[in-house]
Write a protein that binds this ligand. Structure first.
Ligand code: NAD
Length: 289
């Protein structure tokens, strides 16, 4: 079997086009475009790249993009004051505080300070709780994108065995909640799981969100499984350069899986498209409130 490749770039382009149409309608109806504000503290190069691409994608769909770049020694109180100001700003529909934050700032406190209606990352405990209890919520962007790709590949997932590897609040836990809501039978594996290989062998759907290059060997997969690779690992490319690779042994998995997402070009582009979709959703909800 050769797995079919789930093209995250193409799926994300389609979602961005849908969002752009929604943004045009929102702007015509409300006399202003939805606004997304990103806050970056410090000068982590990877974070700066992410923030740059989020800003570009935001303006491309017709939304207003703003970025606050704060120095690494910004105090928690200063950051909380900025979040409060953005909460009160009627033109701001989405607030995203880029993680990780410098160590002297308590990320949980900052996330909890964001107005849940503007929490387009979906990390606020109110949104996490709403997702867990089956209420409408702003859902974290990466698992949202994964779910769209799983739906595109498999359609109905009722009763299927789904394995989520990783239990972070950002990816693993919300992913498990989405799959549970879609009536899959969900297992969450993590660093203390005893028999990862046994769980992988049983799974119709594998979502790998760990951060360990090639942890999931292709030969372990159930034939025909749908494999979503969230991992983004920089490895030595052998020519003095580095390259990005996933948590799944892609070549091995191609021979056994039914569906697979590439890295890069799979989950990554979907994450940004889902951020735009969340911002439009937040703008609509605030306009209707
Ligand atoms: P995290 O470090 O917060 O969580 C990693 C999880 O993996 C933990 O729950 C841990 O228990 C589990 N784990 C660690 N070793 C394991 C092992 N040997 N077996 C099973 N489970 C193990 O990471 P995260 O923020 O959830 O991100 C995970 C990966 O996804 C990273 O590579 C990250 O860069 C990537 N990521 C990609 C996107 C994207 O848009 N493509 C977005 C978010 C995260």
């Amino acid at each position: 079997m050769t797995a079919r490749i789930i093209d995250g770039k193409a799926r994300a382009a389609a979602l961005r086009a849908e969002v752009a149409t929604g943004v045009a309608a929102f702007t015509a109806a409300h006399g202003r475009a939805p606004g997304l504000t990103v806050v970056l503290v410090g000068d982590d190069p990877a974070s700066a790249v992410y923030v740059g691409s989020k800003g570009k994608a935001t303006t491309e769909v017709g939304m207003i993009s703003a970025t606050h770049r704060l120095p690494a020694d910004t105090s928690e109180a200063e950051l909380l004051a900025l979040v409060a100001a953005l909460n009160a700003d009627e033109t701001v529909d989405g607030i995203l505080v880029q993680l990780p934050l410098p160590r002297h700032i308590d990320s949980d406190r900052v996330i909890a300070a964001i107005d849940p209606m503007k929490d387009v990352d979906g990390f606020h405990p109110v949104n996490a709780g709403r997702l867990a209890t089956g209420l409408d919520a702003l859902v974290p962007c990466t698992p949202s994108g994964c779910m769209l790709m799983i739906r595109e590949a498999l359609g109905d997932v009722t009763g299927l065995e789904a394995l989520v590897i990783g239990r972070s609040n950002i990816v693993g836990k919300p992913m498990a909640a989405l799959l549970t809501a879609a009536s899959a039978t969900v297992t969450i594996a993590h660093s203390r799981t005893r028999d990862l290989a046994g769980h992988v062998a049983r799974a119709d759907i594998v979502v790998a969100a760990v951060g360990v290059a090639h942890l999931v060997k292709g030969a372990l997969l159930k034939p025909g499984a749908c494999v979503i690779d969230v991992g983004m690992n920089r490895i030595d490319a052998g020519d003095g350069k580095t390259r990005l690779t996933g948590d799944v042994d892609y070549e091995g998995a191609l021979a056994r899986a039914g569906w697979i997402t590439p890295v890069p070009g799979g989950v990554g582009p979907m994450t940004i498209a889902c951020l735009l979709a969340n911002t439009l959703k937040a703008a609509r909800a605030r306009a209707a409130a």
